[in-house]
Ligand binder design. Structure first.
Ligand SMILES: Nc1nc2c(ncn2[C@@H]2O[C@H](COP(=O)(O)OP(=O)(O)OP(=O)(O)O)[C@@H](O)[C@H]2O)c(=O)[nH]1
Length: 223
């Protein structure tokens, strides 16, 4: 076996399943995490999609995360149990601007409990509030989120797939929790994505208008 093959095969593999209503942002989170991209256009996931990403945890531990992006329409369907089965981590994803997507997590969590009813080991469950770039449109209070976490022993996460805010940190914390690894403050801070502000581009004509008014105001202030 070559060195690289040996390295590859010694990787731990973890199955993580993303669950939640349609449009809560599961595909966006998976693509932001695995491919560092974001698409504004909504394309419904039919059934499920897979993503793989290798990360390194403290102690030089390589972990390959299998991210199962499960379509929001699968609830009530025959296949959902099979998709969830064997997952070590469950991410219950909702949109912080959409109350219904939060309320419906109860139903998603009930399916998770049913699938693991007979299992000796239980998956780690994380509650993920997505779209925090839309904080001004938030309808799900932070209190409600925290209460749901405490009542069910979930880990708590707030992220934005759009800006990338805390997305890597969320997956890293979940993987570390499953493996019983503690991340220190510095490691967590390093994973916190820098949030980029969007630049507003004015059309050429507008631009001139803005420049002119800026100039005028500068002149005014100098006088
Ligand atoms: N503003 C904002 N929009 C987001 C964010 N994440 C996802 N979106 C948008 O929300 C819409 C739905 O995102 P998806 O990732 O396709 O949602 P999904 O949960 O995978 O939906 P299903 O495939 O139906 O289960 C898309 O238009 C995304 O661009 C976010 O963090 N901020």
């Amino acid at each position: 076996m070559s060195d690289s093959e040996e390295e590859e095969s010694s990787d731990r593999q973890l199955k993580l399943a993303l669950l939640g209503d349609g449009t809560s942002g599961k595909t966006s989170l998976a693509t932001r995490f695995a491919q560092e991209t974001f698409g504004k256009q909504y394309k419904q996931t039919v059934g499920l999609d897979f993503f793989l990403k290798r990360i390194t945890l403290p102690g030089n531990l390589n972990v390959t995360l299998q991210v199962w992006d499960i379509g929001g329409q699968t609830i009530g369907g025959k296949m959902l149990d099979k998709y969830i089965y064997g997952a070590q981590g469950i991410l219950l994803v909702y949109d912080i601007t959409n109350c219904q997507s939060f309320e419906n997590l109860e139903d998603w969590y009930n399916v998770v409990k049913k699938v693991n009813e007979e299992s000796e080991t239980q998956p780690l469950v994380a509650l993920v509030g997505n779209k925090i770039d839309l904080e001004h449109m938030r309808t799900v209070k932070v209190d409600k989120h925290q209460r749901f976490c405490q009542e069910n022993n979930f880990s708590s996460h707030f992220v934005s797939a759009k800006t990338g805010d805390s997305v890597f940190l969320c997956f890293q914390r979940i993987a570390a929790d499953i493996l019983g690894i503690k991340l220190n403050k510095a490691e967590m801070e390093q994973s916190q994505h820098v949030v980029r502000a969007e630049l507003v581009r004015y059309p050429e004509e507008d631009n001139q208008r803005h420049n002119t008014s800026n100039c005028q105001s500068k002149i005014c202030s100098m006088q």
